[in-house]
Design a protein around this ligand. Structure first.
Ligand code: FMN
Length: 117
């Protein structure tokens, strides 16, 4: 976790980042923005981070990979792919706007329904 002047970044390098994100979002109670950093590889990852309360996500290696493969065009394509996947996930989840993405759209490991068998 990294404290910024006006927000907090939850970094994946601190282990179970989604669990951290839930705890940080709960602790700050909306007083400062929380950014999620690390392990974003697809639009579903962006969706999950937003649903768990992040205001935004940060992207490192995917942009670098895009740059290495196709230069500026590659970075643009990575961002387009993430956006397209996010939009598809939103559509499949009944979320017409980012503001409709909420905590009820995701379950953490501890919230999974368990079989009674
Ligand atoms: C080329 C490169 C250089 C980085 N340099 C730093 C750094 O100097 N300090 C730092 O805290 N994080 C650094 N990071 C980590 C990123 O800020 C970010 O936390 C991480 O890349 C996000 O995870 P992701 O690569 O899975 O998207 C670097 C990442 C990359 C890919």
């Amino acid at each position: 976790m990294q404290m910024l002047r006006r927000g907090i970044t939850v970094k994946a390098s601190y282990g179970n980042q989604k669990s951290w994100l839930v705890q940080v979002v709960g602790a700050v109670k909306g007083k400062v923005p929380v950014l999620f950093d690390g392990g974003i590889r697809g639009g579903t990852d962006v969706f999950k981070a937003l649903a768990l309360g992040a205001q935004a996500v940060l992207i490192g290696r995917p942009a670098v990979y895009g740059l290495a493969a196709k230069g500026e065009y590659g970075v643009k394509r990575v961002i387009e792919m993430l956006r397209d996947e996010l939009e598809l996930t939103m559509a499949l989840s009944g979320c017409p706007t980012l503001n409709h993405i909420s905590r009820k759209h995701v379950r953490t490991k501890h919230e999974r329904p368990r079989s009674m068998l």
